[in-house]
Design a protein around this ligand. Sequence first.
Ligand SMILES: CC(C)(COP(=O)(O)OP(=O)(O)OC[C@H]1O[C@@H](n2cnc3c(N)ncnc32)[C@H](O)[C@@H]1OP(=O)(O)O)[C@@H](O)C(=O)NCCC(=O)NCCS
Length: 151
Amino acid sequence: MIEDAAGIQRLIQASPPLDVNSTYAYLLLCRHFRDTCVVATRQGQLAGFVSAYFPPTQSNVLFIWQVAVHPDARGCRLGQRMLEHLLARPLTQSVASLETTVSPSNQPSRRMFAALARARGAACVEESMFPPELFGQADHEDERLLRIAPL
Ligand SMILES: CC(C)(COP(=O)(O)OP(=O)(O)OC[C@H]1O[C@@H](n2cnc3c(N)ncnc32)[C@H](O)[C@@H]1OP(=O)(O)O)[C@@H](O)C(=O)NCCC(=O)NCCS
């Protein structure tokens, strides 16, 4: 819901190393991409968020953009459960592979996606996607593509 956008931005602010996007970007995600996004609440508070979309020319690929779990809710497999929830929706039943990017040092993220691949008996392959120099002046880590398939 668009009412979630400001809270999502606060959750992302509390979830380094994620890039914090504008409130407007989260409003667009909540409005135009709600079918491929997930929010999780705990006791009325926003505890988790996943943004994802189908790349315009690849309708059988689900690209996961940001996954965030509130620091107080980590370690309970909420991240993995939100991804599984997304993959259980009718809209994603024709998805053949899940793609995302991870930085080399983000072990929680890598482990979460590895656990998903393991649970599905899928392979997880890694290749170059957005090397650091593409981020301009910003001191940004490499963002490497992970492809989990077949789903
Ligand atoms: C990455 C993140 C979403 C994981 O959420 P989570 O709900 O705590 O993760 P899960 O409980 O689903 O864990 C899934 C796997 O990752 C492992 N894991 C999670 N956090 C970990 C940590 N800090 N260190 C080591 N392993 C970790 C779990 O042990 C589990 O692996 P296993 O099945 O082999 O035991 C969360 O740590 C987060 O929001 N981080 C900041 C934002 C970020 O980096 N997002 C990911 C990039 S898009």
